[in-house]
Design a protein around this ligand. Structure first.
Ligand SMILES: [Zn+2]
Length: 158
């Protein structure tokens, strides 16, 4: 599979994308075109003589953050728990483990509204747990959690 890269981005693709969702009162941008079996919007792009089929929310995230999807964060986490939503502010790249944890927490602890600013920041590390991060950084587990909530650069990748 060929992954779509941000530098292949064209205005035409974006203009087409912008006609395919409806903004909901709750802030979600609901994809109004084809959705796959998992409820994710599908978006097809022709770029550099290749045809790319990708999930609409990933395209949305790429454009908003002006960078490629982080290869070490394969999962798109929806803070709104709505797979059909393509609002980049509701989408955070995550690990598979985090995605599972999101399901457990039901997404309520994540606030993606500032993700645009932090999305390309350098991760401070990749830890198995908040406690492990706290040990490595010599701060309390609670402190690590607080910093994630406060949007410290890099902390969102823990
Ligand atoms: Zn949403």
């Amino acid at each position: 599979m060929t992954y779509y890269k941000y530098d292949q981005h064209t205005q035409a693709a974006q203009a087409r994308f912008d006609t395919k969702y409806d903004i909901q009162p709750n802030g979600c941008w609901l994809w109004n075109m084809y959705r796959d079996a998992d409820g994710y919007g599908q978006f097809t792009i022709n770029a550099n003589k290749k045809k790319y089929m990708l999930r609409a929310h990933r395209f949305s995230w790429l454009i908003a953050n002006q960078c490629d999807w982080p290869s070490d964060r394969p999962v798109a986490r929806h803070t709104c728990n709505n797979p059909g939503c393509v609002n980049p502010a509701h989408i955070i790249p995550g690990s598979v483990k985090e995605n599972t944890e999101d399901a457990i927490r039901n997404g309520t602890h994540y606030n993606g509204t500032n993700s645009k600013k932090r999305a390309c920041s350098t991760p401070i590390g990749n830890f198995d747990s908040l406690a492990a991060a706290g040990r490595a950084l010599n701060v309390s587990t609670r402190k690590v959690w607080d910093r994630i909530q406060q949007g410290y650069a890099g902390y969102r990748y823990i």
